[in-house]
Write a protein that binds this ligand. Structure first.
Ligand SMILES: *[C@@H]1O[C@H](CO)[C@@H](O)[C@H](O)[C@H]1NC(C)=O
Ligand SMILES: *[C@@H]1O[C@H](CO)[C@@H](O)[C@H](O)[C@H]1NC(C)=O
Ligand SMILES: *[C@@H]1O[C@H](CO)[C@@H](O)[C@H](O)[C@H]1NC(C)=O
Ligand SMILES: *[C@@H]1O[C@H](CO)[C@@H](O)[C@H](O)[C@H]1NC(C)=O
Length: 604
């Protein structure tokens, strides 16, 4: 390890200021011991990928939080590498996860939206991760790994019928799935409010009124004989309009039953989803999967529902943290990480297992409950949060542990990406990287083992949905990390039309401000993105912009047109794709135990 690593970026120093000198000496000691034990087998390790949802980098003890108790996650930092400039490929769930699984910018797979909505909202949408995409799970499975996804997917389910499962985790290289195909929503938990019902109600009111007025006027016109519309045609029109409206209204009022369900493989096992002991259930599934595979290499992707809203925590954690229900949820997740690490220890698998912890994007800073409780996390010194390309939206925790193989207690300040996991684990599994497509991630092992000190990411492109929002440039010969921002979100509460009101930022119109010339920061000196540089304060201003424009041109040329998975057509709820574990008249209700028998079936 290079001692510079600990204090390199000013931001890092701020956020890590709590690491005491004593601890630091211990860390250095661990690192020195490190060199002696590099003879361990370094291929076909087990891989455990732990991903939180919307967790802020400032929520973890190992990144400087002093009040939330995250000792298990912190242990990963002590025994492994802490990435201080680990960048999510997108500040939103669906595109960030698509990039994570494929090692490619989401725009390459059509998983970046040109419209307003950048994520899937319904289980009965037809969009999703295309089957032509190669996920790390597919490649590891081909190499004989046992593979499981436990928790959130959010990358689609069906294409044309309610059981083709074209986008389902089992069609993307996972042998086993236990979890949610969409995501946790406020709407899934009674009493937690609604993310979009408000918006949907608002936007439905006008079509309902227009349809109603048109139908009534047509009926009147027909009745008084002003218009000779064939009676039958009018009847059909009326019928179709009425049915469509009824179906839509039915859907939105039964959102929880229709859209919030838990699956095991292809089967729905709980509809609607219950939050009771949910993290315990996910954790138990993860531990059982590890136990089943102590003798084969395995890939476990444990994708937590924490700490996306609706927030929840089981009895042992509720009311226990210093930060309300949000803090309880973080601490419950930390407990779960501890359980997973313990089971590795118990089966003597720790030294054979690469463990990674991250979050799909930064904390959702606009999450304030109707009662005013803060439901979003903390992004440390970084500006903004989820749905924005300020550092707070994309700079996420990145911890990697593999005792005896990668450095223990080291900090790496170089830019890394969540897309790097793909080539890293594919290589470790001795699988072939696909050669027919661009992979944007880079193998992390040389950095993690201290064999190189520079990241291969000279440029990183930061997208807001499908729109290029910012570019990061870490020139090979310098410590600078330039960030050029073409537009910024209007997210302060004073912008009445901005992101605050709509809950998330969108990438166009009144939600953003364009900048020409773009904003320029040097993150190595100004990680908080406080003071944009100008030609007066930075003599190389135009030269930097020129290099970045060339990189953008090259990057843009490397993109090929692909079907848009988040088009309106692919986002909309399609009744024929709706899955339901009982009859619709029983409101899609069921709750099965692990043997697959119904525990209770109730009607209505
Ligand atoms: C949740 O877990 C607690 C503690 O393990 C247990 O007492 C309770 O019965 C569980 N609830 C359900 C619905 O399983
Ligand atoms: C645990 O695994 C290591 C290799 O990872 C091996 O050297 C050691 O003997 C094992 N210990 C036990 C108790 O099985
Ligand atoms: C720790 O995290 C909580 C919850 O997000 C946050 O409110 C608090 O400010 C953080 N504390 C520190 C010292 O970073
Ligand atoms: C141009 O883009 C391709 C594809 O992303 C990349 O592999 C290559 O390194 C880039 N070249 C330059 C000079 O940036």
């Amino acid at each position: 390890m290079h001692p510079r690593g600990v204090v390199g970026v000013r931001g890092t120093r701020l956020i890590l200021a709590h690491v005491s000198r004593k601890k630091m000496r211990l860390l250095l000691f661990l690192v020195i011991c490190q060199c002696a034990i590099n003879s361990v087998k370094t291929h076909n390790p087990n891989v455990i990928l732990l991903m939180a949802d919307d967790l802020g980098i400032g929520d973890l003890g190992c990144y400087g939080n002093r009040t939330l108790r995250t000792s298990n996650i912190d242990r990963l930092a002590e025994e492994g590498v802490t990435l201080t400039q680990h960048i999510a490929a997108s500040p939103l769930c669906t595109p960030s996860r698509a990039a994570f699984l494929t090692g490619r910018y989401p725009i390459r797979s059509g998983m970046a939206a040109f419209s307003r909505v950048g994520v899937f909202l319904f289980s009965a949408s037809s969009g999703g991760l295309p089957s032509e995409e190669v996920t790390f799970s597919k490649l590891l499975k081909q190499r004989g790994y046992a593979t499981a996804l436990i928790g959130k997917w959010h990358l689609g389910m069906n294409c044309e019928s309610s059981n083709d499962f074209c986008h389902h985790p089992l069609s993307h290289g996972f042998d086993y799935f236990y979890g949610l195909t969409v995501t946790n929503f406020r709407d899934c938990k009674p009493g937690q409010g609604s993310v979009f019902l408000k918006g949907v109600q608002k936007s439905l009111v006008i079509p309902i009124q227009i349809t109603g007025i048109t139908l009534v006027s047509l009926a009147i016109v027909q009745y008084i004989g002003l218009l000779k519309v064939p009676f039958q045609a009018l009847g059909y029109c009326l019928l179709i309009a009425a049915i469509s409206l009824a179906v839509l209204i039915f859907f939105f009022y039964h959102f929880r039953h229709l859209n919030c369900f838990l699956m095991r493989d292809h089967q729905i096992i709980q509809q609607p989803l219950s939050y009771e002991n949910l993290t315990q259930r996910l954790t138990k599934e993860a531990m059982q999967f590890i136990r089943r595979n102590t003798d084969t290499p395995f890939l476990l992707f444990l994708s937590y529902l924490h700490v996306h809203t609706a927030l929840y925590a089981s009895k042992n954690f509720r009311g226990k943290s210093k930060h309300g229900l949000y803090g309880d949820a973080v601490e419950e997740m930390d407990w779960s990480v501890g359980q997973v690490l313990d089971v590795l220890e118990k089966y003597n698998l720790s030294d054979k297992t690469l463990v990674y912890f991250t979050s799909d994007q930064g904390a959702h800073v606009e999450e304030i409950s109707s009662s005013g409780e803060v439901h979003g996390g903390y992004n440390g010194i970084y500006k903004g949060g989820k749905s924005m390309n300020w550092e707070g939206g994309i700079r996420v925790p990145g911890l990697l542990r593999w005792p005896g193989v990668i450095q223990a207690g080291a900090y790496i300040d170089e830019p890394t990406s969540n897309m790097d996991i793909f080539p890293t684990i594919v290589k470790l599994a001795e699988a072939q990287l696909p050669s027919d497509r661009i992979i944007d991630g880079h193998d992390l092992m040389p950095l993690l083992q201290g064999k190189v000190t520079r990241s291969k990411h000279e440029f990183l492109f930061h997208y807001c949905n499908a729109y290029l929002n910012a570019v990061r440039w870490h020139p090979g010969n310098s410590e600078s990390v330039w960030k050029v921002i073409f537009f910024t979100p209007n997210f302060s509460p004073e912008d009445s039309n901005g992101c605050y009101d709509s809950h998330v930022c969108f990438c166009h119109g009144g939600f953003i401000t364009q900048h020409d010339p773009p904003l320029l920061f040097d993150l190595s000196r100004d990680p908080e993105e406080k003071v944009p540089l100008t030609p007066e304060t930075e003599s190389r201003f135009y030269e930097i912009l020129r290099v970045i424009h060339l990189a953008v041109d090259n990057h843009t040329r490397s993109l090929h047109p692909v079907p848009d998975q988040l088009s309106w057509d692919n986002l909309l709820w399609k009744p024929w794709l709706q899955v339901c574990c009982s009859s619709l008249f029983q409101s899609c209700y069921c709750d099965y135990d692990s043997e697959g028998r119904p525990l209770e079936v109730r009607s209505g």
